[in-house]
Design a protein around this ligand. Structure first.
Ligand code: ADP
Ligand code: MG
Length: 321
């Protein structure tokens, strides 16, 4: 199955149409308008003889384009997914996967069917947090997600490769293609809330994901020592361009609780996250302490075992979507 995913991506990369699409997705990053700005050479390209004027479904670069290409990936015909929430962070290692997992756990506990689409193809960590090591199965209709102990459906590149230590060394467009396949080729049955663990940053892969998948809302994860203002501003602009609402911001590693006196110690000093959230009119959803217990349960694959409750408010916000 891994090979087929890989070859599919490769085959697509070799395809001219796909290459054109890849260029478009990068070009859109620098464009504020709905219609992408094309390179001069591309602008020179004239309309194809067989043009049917349906720009929304045409991947060709063309000077006469009247609307942007429709990047949306079609879901598997057997899938049923309610709300889709993308989890975004400025950089890696701030707890994005932790927050994605805890939100799914919280939602599942509230009686909903939760799912996680691990879009962090080059740094997948979701299966490990849930203690999953097997391979996802497939039938002629698609790939079946792996189910956790409490019933959360998960798909990740690490559930499609035999050796989880093999690095994925594909370029952005191939990575984005695999994420689209996770939406189109996986059979997501009866999912109420799907959480997407995005690759870190606001680069071309998250952008393609936001363009291709029907994301209903974004949750930003930040640690206090990050350059919060800049990261939030980028995320806000990206969300505006994509017309996706930001549901709120979660601060991770906010403080440490002294094991002797119980006092909160702010290791990274006074955080700017709350202030930044206010500045941009974004809801401050939660602050999660730095706790060795978290590292231990993540490493042991037992994220579903503890009842931390930090993300209850965040889950309730998502429930109101
Ligand atoms: P990201 O997805 O942003 O790269 P992760 O969620 O994978 O980050 O977290 C990185 C590592 O830090 C993981 O091993 C996780 O167990 C640990 N970690 C994250 N948040 C905390 C926390 N609040 N306290 C202790 N360890 C944490
Ligand atoms: Mg991660």
């Amino acid at each position: 199955m891994f090979l087929s995913v890989h070859m599919h991506a490769k085959r697509k990369r070799n395809c001219r149409k796909q290459a054109a699409k890849a260029k478009q997705s990068v070009t859109i990053v620098v464009s504020d308008s709905k219609i992408p700005i094309y390179h001069k050479e591309m602008q020179k390209m004239t309309e194809k003889e067989n043009c049917n004027n349906e720009c929304g479904s045409c991947g060709e670069e063309c000077a006469s384009r009247t609307e942007a290409f429709d990047f949306s990936a079609k879901p598997n015909p057997l899938s049923s997914v309610g709300k889709v929430i993308g989890i975004l962070s400025g950089k890696g290692g701030v707890g994005k996967s932790l927050v994605t997992s805890l939100l799914a756990v919280e939602m599942q506990k509230m009686g909903h069917q939760a799912a996680i689409l691990d879009a962090d193809i080059t740094g997948p960590s979701i299966p490990k947090m849930f203690g999953l090591s097997g391979m996802a199965k497939a039938n002629e209709s698609g790939i079946i997600p792996v189910t956790t102990k409490t019933g959360i459906d998960i798909i990740s590149i690490n559930l499609l490769v035999e050796d989880q230590t093999t690095p994925v060394i594909w370029r952005g467009p191939a990575v984005a293609d695999v994420v689209k396949q996770f939406w189109s080729d996986v059979i997501w049955t009866g999912v109420d809330y799907m959480f997407i663990d995005m690759p870190p940053g606001t680069g071309d892969v998250p952008l393609t994901v936001f363009q291709s998948l029907p994301v209903d809302g974004i949750v930003i994860v930040s640690s206090p020592q990050e350059l919060v203002s800049m990261i939030v501003e980028k995320a806000v602009r990206m969300a505006e361009q994509m017309k996706i609402p930001i549901l709120g911001i979660v601060e991770n590693m906010s403080y440490v609780i002294c094991p002797d006196c119980g006092k909160e110690i702010k290791v990274f000093g006074e955080s700017k996250v709350r202030e930044t959230a206010e500045k941009y009119g974004i809801e401050f959803l939660a602050s999660i302490p730095m706790d060795p217990k978290i590292t231990a349960i993540c490493d042991a694959g037992e994220i579903e075992k503890e009842n931390f409750g930090w993300l209850k408010k965040a889950a309730e916000r998502i429930e109101r979507l």
